[in-house]
Design a protein around this ligand. Sequence first.
Ligand code: ATP
Ligand code: MG
Ligand code: MG
Ligand code: MG
Length: 481
Amino acid sequence: MKHTKVKDLLNSTTTLQEVNAKGWVRTFRNNQFIALNDGSTINNIQCVVDFENTPEETLKRITTGASVSVIGTLVESKGAGQKYEIQVSKLEILGDSDAEKFPMQPKKHSLEFLRENAHLRVRTNAFGAIMRVRSVLSYAVHKYFQDKGFVYVNTPIITGADAEGAGEMFQVTSLPLDNLPKNEEGNIDFKQDFFGKHTNLTVSGQLEGETFAMALGQIYTFGPTFRAENSNTSRHLAEFWMIEPEVAFNDLDDNMDLAEDFIQYVIKYALDNCGDDLKFLEGRLLEEEKSKPQADRSEMSLLEKLNFVLENNFKRVSYTEAIDILRDSTPNKKKKFSYLINEWGADLQSEHERYLVEKHFKCPVILYDYPANIKAFYMRLNDNTEPGRETVRAMDILFPGIGEIVGGSEREERYDVLVQKMEALGIDKEELYWYLDTRRFGSATHAGFGLGFERLVLFVTGMTNIRDVIPFPRTPGSAEF
Ligand code: ATP
Ligand code: MG
Ligand code: MG
Ligand code: MG
């Protein structure tokens, strides 16, 4: 007989004579009650074993983590919190799990311990929920853009474009590492490489994405990006997924509208389609909050926080206004920021971003018009800015608990201005001839942004460390899987 998913059994509209469920044992109580989970939902189905007619040997093998198949009747449950349970008539152990050795016993594990067991942590309630929410969010990303007629573009992962991520690139070579061929100057001869030049893992698909936007109009990428982030923060991974829409004829305001609408859409989609998982994660968070001193507890629950983002416009603030606010602020009664901002032109650190969002405006913030010298070369220079105070049409979206979640801009569409900028920064024009071609042939205003998918998942699940929202985190010193 075909088995039915636990989710469908729990959502059944009637009791049923004979059903088959397969899954993994979460707990086995009183030699009688199996809490069975198959990953289709956060909820377990209770399977009531006829222990008098089940051999002792079999009962002993019903341990946490074991996979089992049960056949029985779906009946109304007398137990609290569940509509149905299975009265088991036939039970088969599919795969044993040594209870002594199985690391995922149903007790509270530290997140650090779970990270070391990334291949097994998904068997816990919390990680099952996080990974289902992540999956629904990625579907929502595609749905949003596809419904709007955007074209999905796969930009290259191995790329020669290295204009952006100075110092953060993973190098790619097909040459044997123990015997790298050298040229006459004694440097590694990449001409002998499979690709015939120096290549890297991509840090962003934007530059290639722009070339497609300038033909297809509206495009988006959604793929892995790599940055050799040699620091341990709770918001950076060496391998993360980025969503990068790019739209021809959009300016900075259109870009802000698109980003805000997109973020609200995907959060709403998760609320509508991951209700049980989000409620579970909310409960987990409430438990965690209880162990904190009253003053440090969050004012809003997870679902309140998500709904707040849907119901409130993001506050749009220029960099210059933000600096004025930060210069005069003391985040705690006495303590100043560890990095003080006294001068216009300084880059914001995450403590400033979070202060603006969490303490000052108390809502998501879109910061725009940043000083040109702290932003990338391709951003559109604002007209009429004071000499020495040039700004670009850049925007960063800042979220509570996270800081930067989006970085974007209107792009410099003027060939001459772009070339001047590249020359001033020593960026090789020959190498980026293909990028400059978009400005040589039918250039136009265009804009886009990059959203770090894991930072979005972090916000939606209420987790606090980015390592806990990606299946297999890549951070300095951890890539054993
Ligand atoms: P940050 O200031 O946090 O280091 P960034 O300004 O270097 O981010 P961008 O180059 O603007 O990042 O990339 C666009 C988005 O990608 C960011 O807004 C963020 O959401 C995400 N992102 C950047 N670096 C990482 C990383 N190492 N791990 C996870 N997400 C990242
Ligand atoms: Mg960075
Ligand atoms: Mg940044
Ligand atoms: Mg950025």
